[in-house]
Design a protein around this ligand. Structure first.
Ligand code: NAP
Length: 266
């Protein structure tokens, strides 16, 4: 169990302007927590703040910009103690294999991995300061379960989330001796503007509000790994543990169907 979120807690949330992050923000505001809210769209954060009864600090930033994050770092320090950081900002760009562009891979890696790594640099001093006061501190990184199976077109997104999960779990090892906990969140499909553009079936799709509740419940339990929905993540785990030859044949067949559908829709 964790005492975090059991009483009013100050936290930093990135990607607070849409989808899962917005739903997490709304649920946590309802519980009376104070959110330092980040995203690139300042007006969307201001809209959240207008409903937040003075409990939202507007902290717009592009998490791939070190100068933006330097400003947010100041806001985090002004609002001490910050005991919780939920690094959720992310993107999902798919590759078109017939028009292969390395820039798609780069964009996923820049936002999902490099942006998150810079965000950690911005918040770590605040989490350390909280620990120095004897308070609990937790870093939460929103990854994905998508990389557990080699889905076609997801070269960039899957690679970024595989790297992000490794990054988070390695940080967990290093930060353990300081008593800063690290949680990795690995959702399946969640209905958000990010997945609304998908043109393929999304099994066991859940709402952003449902995802937010599962994340908050997991954090209150002090979980190191939060994975949902279970039916989807178990299915992926089983598929991902099959012999490589079988995985390759299944993945190639799924990718072929998808590419065919894409061509037919043109
Ligand atoms: N939806 C799913 O099925 C699913 C599944 C697994 C994992 N995830 C992960 O969950 C997280 C949230 O996804 P979502 O589905 O809620 O997507 P979303 O609705 O598109 O929200 C993405 C959020 O990230 C912010 N963001 C993106 N790039 C940013 C940048 N460079 N700097 C600052 N903020 C940035 C966006 O804010 P601005 O536009 O205001 O910058 C927005 O608030 C992502 O990390 C995603 O990979 C989602």
């Amino acid at each position: 169990m964790s005492n975090l979120l059991a009483s009013p807690t100050t936290l930093w949330l990135t990607g607070a302007t849409s989808g899962i992050g917005k739903a997490v923000a709304e649920a946590l505001l309802e519980e009376g927590h104070h959110i330092i809210a980040t995203g690139r769209r300042k007006e969307a954060i201001e809209e959240l703040a207008s409903k937040g009864k003075g409990k939202v600090t507007v902290a717009p930033a592009d998490t791939t910009s070190t100068s933006d994050l330097e400003r947010v770092r100041g806001q985090l320090e002004e609002n001490a103690p910050v005991q919780l950081a939920i690094l959720n900002a992310g993107t999902c760009e798919y590759l078109e294999i017939s028009d292969y562009r390395a820039s798609v891979v780069e964009k996923n890696i820049m936002t999902n991995v490099v942006g998150t790594a810079h965000s950690v640099e911005a918040v770590l001093p605040s989490l350390r300061a909280a620990r120095k006061k004897g308070l609990e501190a937790r870093l939460v990184i929103v990854s994905s379960s998508a990389w557990w199976f080699p889905f076609g077109r997801a070269e960039g997104y899957g690679a970024s989330k595989a790297a992000l999960t490794y990054f988070a779990q390695s940080l967990r090892a290093d930060l353990a001796r300081e008593g800063i906990d690290v949680t990795v969140v690995s959702p399946g499909f969640v209905k958000t503007p990010l997945t609304d553009k998908n043109d393929f079936p999304m099994p066991f799709l859940i709402s952003a509000e449902d995802a937010a509740q599962r994340i908050i419940k997991g954090l209150k339990k002090g979980k190191a790994e939060i994975q949902f929905p279970k039916r989807f993540t178990w299915m992926l785990r089983v598929l991902g543990n099959l012999p490589q030859g079988i995985i390759d044949r299944m993945a190639a067949s799924m990718a072929r169907d998808q590419n065919q559908q894409q061509e037919n829709s043109r």
